[in-house]
Design a protein around this ligand. Structure first.
Ligand code: ADP
Ligand code: MG
Length: 261
């Protein structure tokens, strides 16, 4: 049975998509069978994997979710794209934005993605969901369907208020809809070692959340190469195998594999 990780933060630009891509590709390089789900109508994950025009893609997460809402059969292969870096992708595009309201009106509207994920779990070792930058129905659906939540936080713009709100939402989902949901950890991203002292930021986060939430030991440095890789439709391992970005995401991958929970 595969493990399902949602990559969540309602704040945009904190490296959710970048982390989904590079952690996913990292796990695939370790021999794991990986499915990435683009849960954002912006389709950034889809574009970062080289599918440059997400809106031109016919079958996406929105298609699958509509099947479930309408009680239609789903084929397990439907909509899945096979990327050359050995990860599979269920893409998303602007069609997903119409679904928030549809889901709000559907009975069991918070359980739609779970129905799909529970079916796909049997086929993969890891399923990573790249959530959109909001705590709306789409993200709630992802949390209900997941085992753990990975929270990327942009080190230089730590938003304590935002994190508190996010953690409240996760607790609410855990209490009412998904008892087994755990926080995998907070990941510090885009750390600029010239100006931020990663240890100071980590201790600030720790102070705010006590010992309740794990913070990944590995942090992701600010690196132009990481941004460039996504623009090229590649993982950092392919784009710049010997750089610090590649090493950081490889170490994160190892940490995720070691901290099986
Ligand atoms: P989110 O999905 O949370 O909105 P993204 O993954 O799209 O965030 O990242 C926001 C921007 O920052 C993108 O342009 C991305 O390429 C860039 N970026 C992500 N990680 C890094 C990093 N470690 N160093 C430099 N730029 C990064
Ligand atoms: Mg994103």
């Amino acid at each position: 049975m595969g493990k399902v990780i949602s990559v969540v933060n309602q704040k945009g630009g904190v490296a959710k998509t970048t982390t989904t891509l590079n952690l996913g590709a990292g796990l695939a390089r370790k021999g794991k069978k990986v499915l990435l789900i683009d849960g954002d109508p912006q389709g950034n994950l889809t574009a970062s994997l080289g599918y440059v025009e997400p809106d031109a893609i016919e079958t996406t997460l929105a298609t699958i979710m509509m099947h479930i809402i309408n009680d239609e059969e789903i084929d397990e292969q439907e909509g899945i794209l096979h990327h050359e870096e050995q990860v599979d992708l269920l893409p998303a595009n602007i069609e997903l934005s119409g679904l928030e309201i549809t889901m709000s009106n559907a009975t069991r509207g918070k359980l739609i993605m779970k129905e799909y994920i529970d079916m796909m779990r049997l086929r993969y070792d890891y399923i990573l969901i790249d959530c959109m930058s909001s705590l709306g129905m789409m993200t709630i659906n992802a949390l209900v369907a997941s085992d753990t939540v990975l929270i990327p936080v942009q080190a230089a713009y730590l938003s304590v208020k935002g994190l508190q709100q996010l953690i409240r939402t996760i607790s609410m989902v855990k209490k009412r809809l998904n008892r087994k949901l755990m926080i995998q950890g907070i990941l510090l991203t885009m750390v600029d070692f010239r100006t931020n002292y990663a240890k100071d930021i980590a201790s600030r986060v720790r102070k705010s959340y006590g010992s309740k939430i794990d913070i990944f030991e590995n942090i992701i440095p600010l690196s132009v190469k990481i941004a460039e890789a996504s623009a090229e439709g590649k993982s950092i391992y392919k784009y710049c195998p010997n750089g610090k970005g590649s090493a950081a995401y490889e170490n994160l991958t190892r940490e995720v594999l070691e901290n099986e929970k």
